[in-house]
Design a protein around this ligand. Structure first.
Ligand code: CTP
Length: 421
């Protein structure tokens, strides 16, 4: 199947507008780096929305209006999409002069685009973005552009982190100097850039650089001061769980397959208490699930250590079982936090994870061992709050290993009813 970009190029040629259309933004970077194209932005002089609508109709795709004010629309076909925008200013050069960093301020005329034989001589590159791209340098187009959209300060760190580039000195100085302007940016945009950074395996060094440049305090305004020690260690453990959990690293990898958990666990380490954590996550307009995760991790980060201090040394006891019942798979991030905070309890955390996988989870698999229907059938009980109490007590007995079959469960209920719950 012909890629959507090529279909659009042929459409634009047919319509006689190909010389007014340019590939811009991240797609140009990806073409130069011979990477697979993901998000493709096209800038067009003139009626971009109208052209996008006609193109969508012609190919039987869908047209999604993204931003009426800025004249941006998306055309989607078979899971592929193109974002088509009105060019800023009256020429491609004035459009590129409005962009954030040199590696994002290049364009390729659509007429000249041949995926197999793209020639660099057609590249429009007024700020030497190609050299910066090949030399691994992030450089602003201009300080004025950072002032116009201060989110770009954060984008400088984001691109440096994701591409593993260094930031040119003047750009770094400007970013630090202008960082108070970040507070004027819509938080959703800030959070989006933060996610790009924090999800990386080696985000610590970027977060540390942002802290040293004084930027972090404008992102997390709730923090009076911010220690990154826990963040650093948690990230280290997340990158190599097998070092700490040996054979049980596989379920941990699986648990953290969902990006948001890694991001939220790392974020939770920044806050001194759970109220601040919740407040900050809510202000950053994170989802309800994320806010709860961050709050939960922040408020429970000492739970395993408390258990260890109180306990028998082995996790096979009622207190551990009730912790595992409360947290289930979330015991993994809790164990990581505990090890990061108190390395001496590493082997206790490892034992908890073994116990959870080998014993607790297998018992969970046989639940529910009896249901409300069994209580009605066997004991002639009528549905009442007592039901819930009995079923919860039976569940505890199963998880503690004291009940292993339906018969044993019913026998236990008989005992409970005799002693009147
Ligand atoms: N851009 C900008 N300032 C912003 C956001 C975007 O100048 N605050 C410009 C850049 O030229 C950027 C392009 O718009 O390359 C597209 O932005 P975006 O899709 O956010 O980033 P990409 O560069 O495409 O990178 P990625 O898709 O990897 O996020």
């Amino acid at each position: 199947m012909q890629p959507l970009l090529e279909i659009f190029r042929d459409f634009a040629k047919k319509e006689g507008i190909a010389d007014k259309a340019f590939i811009v933004g991240g797609a140009v970077r990806d073409i130069l780096l011979s990477k697979e194209l993901k998000d493709i932005d096209i800038a067009i002089i003139g009626e971009a929305l109208n052209i996008a609508e006609r193109f969508a109709k012609e190919i039987n795709g869908s047209f999604v209006l993204l931003d009426k004010e800025f004249g941006t629309a998306r055309v989607v076909k078979n899971g592929e999409f193109l974002d088509i925008s009105v060019m800023r200013g009256d020429s491609i050069l004035s459009d590129l002069s409005e962009r954030d960093i040199t590696i994002n301020a290049m364009a390729i005329p659509l007429t000249n685009f041949q995926p197999s034989a793209f020639s660099l001589q057609h590249l429009i590159d007024p700020y030497n973005g190609k050299n910066d791209l090949f030399n691994g340098i992030i450089k602003m187009v201009s300080e004025e552009n950072l002032i116009k959209d201060p989110l770009r300060i954060l984008r400088i760190y984001r691109f440096a982190a994701t591409l593993n580039f260094s930031v040119e000195k003047e750009t770094l100085n400007a970013a630090g100097r202008l960082s108070p302007l970040i507070t004027a940016v819509a938080v959703e945009r800030i959070t989006e850039e933060l996610r790009h950074i924090i999800r990386l395996d080696d985000s610590y060094k970027t977060i540390k650089n942002m802290k040293d440049a004084g930027i972090l305090s404008f992102l997390f305004i709730e923090l009076k001061e911010c220690s990154l020690e826990l963040y650093k260690t948690v990230e280290k453990i997340l990158n190599n769980p097998s070092l700490y959990f040996l054979d049980y690293s596989a379920p941990i990898f699986k648990y953290f397959e969902t990006d948001y958990r890694k991001i939220c666990l790392k974020l939770s380490t920044l806050f001194p208490d759970s109220d601040t954590a919740r407040q900050s996550a809510m202000r950053l307009r994170m989802s309800k699930k994320e806010v709860e995760f961050i709050h939960g991790m922040s408020s429970n980060r000492n739970r395993i250590a408390d258990l260890y201090k109180k306990g028998t040394g082995s996790p096979d006891n009622t207190a551990s079982i009730s912790l595992l019942k409360e947290f289930k798979d979330h015991i993994y991030p809790l164990a990581i936090l505990s090890i990061a905070k108190e390395p001496p309890i590493t082997s206790f955390c490892h034992e908890i994870i073994i116990f959870y996988n080998e014993k607790f989870k297998t018992k969970m698999d046989i639940l529910p061992i009896i249901t409300g229907n069994d209580l009605i059938k066997e004991f002639n009980l009528k549905p009442s709050p007592l039901f819930k109490k009995i079923l919860a007590a039976v569940e505890d007995l199963v998880l503690e290993g004291r009940v292993a079959s339906k018969e044993e469960a019913l026998k236990a209920v008989r005992g409970m009813l005799k002693t009147e719950m």
